[in-house]
Design a protein around this ligand. Structure first.
Ligand code: NAD
Length: 359
């Protein structure tokens, strides 16, 4: 059984804590220690995360050791795996520190704020022969795995595989992705509000859809983005708060994506619509499942594994570590490539929508 640690007990960290406790009950890890720079996080306080149902459980914090520094955690515990859920600008250095200490790492998205940092992280994983995986969680999210199957296979692939033998959507032709919600509040030192710490809505939130576009359709050759700073405030400098991007591919597939984190009071939601030669697949507002609609009038709601995707991603990594398997779903090079796309998007926004090559 792997010995695990968790670094960061904020909104996302509490979600990971819930899943690590579940994985411990299932006999897959032993959660030995948690680490947060702010010791008040070791109390059993309520957690109000922006994703409903995540991180709401209470815990017996006496059942694992507590550390207020990553160095002390590494020096005092023999760990096989750490999950890192601290502010984005701290990801690269802390992930590298853990990899150099011989620990496998699952670090939250975005991988880091620059592709150069991502390369450093990948190099550290290689040098130390350890796994590094980034929390691009949509690769484990039921509605998006349905879409991935359709893009790759054009047929509905669900647990009852043969249920829809007459549906074959053909090739994908166009896709639209949206993610939005309220301006992030309540974070540690308001780090989300500063572009050099969070990257604003493009690098922080929109990154999920960019990673999906990368996963589903591959790397675009260029992007054309418009972004706007909509929120003003003395302690607020997050750069772009809303963005709209066209992704340019050689085969002329039409792909675009929007993000907006200024929709205060409206919760958080995500949507997609992807059209194929003989039908479309749509995930509506408020994460309401995926529906396949064929041109000849059939509507089908494919079944999928709806278990918590944050749980599934960590379980997947544990499986890789135990089996020395190859990470085919979410390798760190893919997360780095996703960062390269958002780097091009920010540049295109800065240039008021000029087409920017993805390099
Ligand atoms: N995958 C997702 O869907 C998803 C959702 C939300 C956030 N995230 C990501 O998770 C990460 C954390 O976000 P959050 O919303 O939990 O932030 P947060 O501000 O709620 O929590 C950050 C925590 O890190 C702690 N911390 C800060 N510096 C530290 C250090 N040097 N060592 C140890 N602990 C330290 C803080 O005390 C705080 O408890 C970010 O990278 C964010 O982008 C991912």
């Amino acid at each position: 059984m792997l010995n695990a640690g968790l670094i960061g007990l904020g909104g996302m960290g509490r979600g990971h804590l819930e899943n690590l406790v579940r994985l411990e009950k299932e006999g897959l890890v032993h959660l030995k220690a948690v680490c947060d720079i702010d010791p008040s996080k070791f109390a059993n306080v309520e957690n109000n995360f922006n994703i409903k149902g995540i991180g709401e459980s209470k815990f017996d914090f006496d059942s694992f050791a507590h550390y207020t520094s990553v160095d002390d955690l590494i020096a005092n515990e023999k760990l096989d795996l750490v999950v890192i859920a601290i502010p984005t600008y701290l990801h690269a250095d802390n992930a590298i520190k853990c990899l150099d200490a011989g620990i496998n790492v699952m670090s939250e998205k975005p991988m880091s704020l620059t592709s150069a940092d991502c390369d450093r992280m990948i190099e550290a994983a290689k040098k130390n022969g350890k796994y590094l995986m980034i929390g691009q969680v949509l690769r484990f999210w039921g509605e998006y795995t349905v879409l991935k199957n359709l893009v790759e296979d054009s047929k509905i692939c669900d647990p009852a595989k043969k249920a829809y033998p007459d549906i074959d959507l053909g090739k994908p032709l166009a896709g639209y992705f949206f993610r939005g919600g309220a301006q992030p509040t309540g974070s540690w030192q308001n780090w989300y509000w500063h572009k050099e710490k969070s990257g604003g809505c493009i690098q922080d939130q929109h990154i999920h859809d960019v990673d999906m576009i990368n996963w589903l359709f591959g790397m675009p050759k260029a992007v054309c983005s418009r972004g706007r700073n909509l929120i003003k405030g003395d302690d607020y400098d997050a750069g772009y708060d809303a963005v709209s991007t066209q992704y340019i591919y050689d085969d002329d597939i039409v792909i675009n994506s929007q993000d907006d984190w200024t929709m205060n009071g409206r919760g958080f939601w995500m949507e997609y619509r992807v059209s194929f030669e003989r039908g479309s697949v749509i995930m509506g507002a408020n994460n309401g499942g995926a529906v396949v609609m064929t041109h000849d009038g059939k509507d089908v709601t494919p079944a999928f594994d709806s278990d918590n995707a944050y749980y599934k991603e960590v379980k997947y990594l544990i499986g890789l570590i135990e089996s020395c398997g190859e990470n085919t779903i979410n390798p760190p090079t893919a997360s780095r490539d996703t960062i390269k796309i958002v780097e091009a998007e920010v540049k295109s926004c800065d240039l008021k929508g000029q087409i920017v090559e993805v390099k």
